[in-house]
Design a protein around this ligand. Structure first.
Ligand code: ZN
Length: 181
């Protein structure tokens, strides 16, 4: 199967579940505004706490709750700027929903050598940067990554990551992967 290229396989498998959550929570219907990540988390009955961390390298972590999923919690570092806190919420949400058996994970979002961190970062990009925004950006050839990042209240890296996802998904759809194995 040569069609997944740079995207982690488990992230690709999770895309339909992320799509379902976005539809269920209606958090990204109006693309003029940043995705309402708090609404998503609240609708999934997950608690959020924002507090200053002693160890400042960490953006956030999550607590898995009990066997029935009660008491699930996302804890975010209040010392980080708002766009990083938003990314951390989406990142930790993915850990909670997809990596239960590996929790708790106390790792830095920048630890991209770890596959679970990589997956959570792609998921954060998928949650917080609507595909429609990327498509419009490409169509109009106007607006930069930085402008879109500011509009969506996310770090610019996340916009770039979402653009990579967009390009790869576009390629699956057009079947170009068959010509470019
Ligand atoms: Zn993580």
């Amino acid at each position: 199967m040569g069609f997944q290229m740079g995207l982690p396989a488990n992230f690709v498998k999770a895309i339909p579940r992320i799509e379902r959550i976005l539809r269920y929570t209606e958090a990204h219907l109006d693309i003029r505004y940043p995705v309402n990540i708090d609404r998503i988390i609240e609708k999934l009955i997950i608690e959020v706490e924002v507090k200053p961390f002693v160890e400042d390298v960490l953006e956030g972590y999550c607590l898995p709750g009990d066997s029935r999923g009660l008491g699930r919690k996302i804890v975010v570092n209040a010392n980080k700027p708002v766009e990083v806190r938003r990314m951390a919420k989406a990142h930790e949400l993915h850990h909670l929903l997809e990596h239960q058996k590996d929790l708790p994970l106390y790792s830095h979002i920048g630890q991209v050598d770890r596959i679970l961190e990589k997956e959570a970062n792609f998921a954060a990009a998928y949650y917080l940067v609507p595909g429609k925004c990327i498509a419009l950006c490409e169509e109009w050839k106007s607006g930069t990554y930085q402008e879109l990042a500011e509009k969506l209240d996310v770090p610019v890296d996340l916009v770039i990551k979402r653009y990579d996802i967009y390009l790869e998904m576009k390629q699956w759809r057009t079947g170009l992967d068959l010509l470019n194995p």
